[in-house]
Design a protein around this ligand. Sequence first.
Ligand code: ADP
Ligand code: MG
Length: 255
Amino acid sequence: MTSLQAQDVVRRIARQVIVDGVTLTLRPGETVGLLGPNGSGKSTLLRLLAGVLAPTTGVVTLDGRPLPDVGRRATARRIATVEQHAHTQTELTVRDVVALGRIPHRRAWTPATAADTEAVTAALARTGLTDRADQSWHTLSGGERQRTQIARALAQEPRELLLDEPTNHLDIQHQLDLLDLVATLPVTTVIALHDLNLAAMYCDRLLVLREGRAVAEGTPADVLTPALIEQVYGVRAEVTDEPGHPVIRFLRRRY
Ligand code: ADP
Ligand code: MG
């Protein structure tokens, strides 16, 4: 069994190249961190992997088949995404939003099955939202909204999960809870992150983008060197090897 693969994908808008020849092969069950400064193409690459955007050239395959051949509905049963800025109709409750994740599994004009209800209940529990299930979406805090979107993605019971900066708006406890959850799910995950230390702690592998190009790929220890951090982010850092993963300490520019 394979998973998602991007082969030399390019996304151009007008004359601008936003993703510039990226190749990424996901191994089933792994958690891949997508790093890179603002505007480096992370969100665009995630949309290409989800099949929401078509590559200008190159191909994205799921189990070896190009996404357009797999089809929208079958793709939606496999791949769940959480966008950077999720919008939802405000009249919905938390449970309603999470239930949206079941749409790809449901037949038209039929009521929710026991499996649908079970998946929604389990997703609410896993994200700590059971007590908020009947609360209306628009009354939630930013962090609770984020967790609701994660719960919607989990209710989808995907085999591939694409998360765009999912820890934004979350306090440190919920950031760690979320990444612990994601890292232990038996799901292939690509996760765009800004926090290099969280990426080092939770990702099996990292892909670093700069101006649309992949500039480094490998384990956190291979990738997160002071030289790479300086080249990509323009900041100075010290990296120490702690058991299991590197730890990055940023240096003040003047002291
Ligand atoms: P990141 O998620 O790493 O911040 P994005 O993938 O959102 O990067 O964007 C990469 C670059 O492509 C940015 O410069 C952004 O302005 C540009 N871009 C993304 N989508 C569009 C679009 N639809 N039209 C024009 N420019 C876009
Ligand atoms: Mg982005």
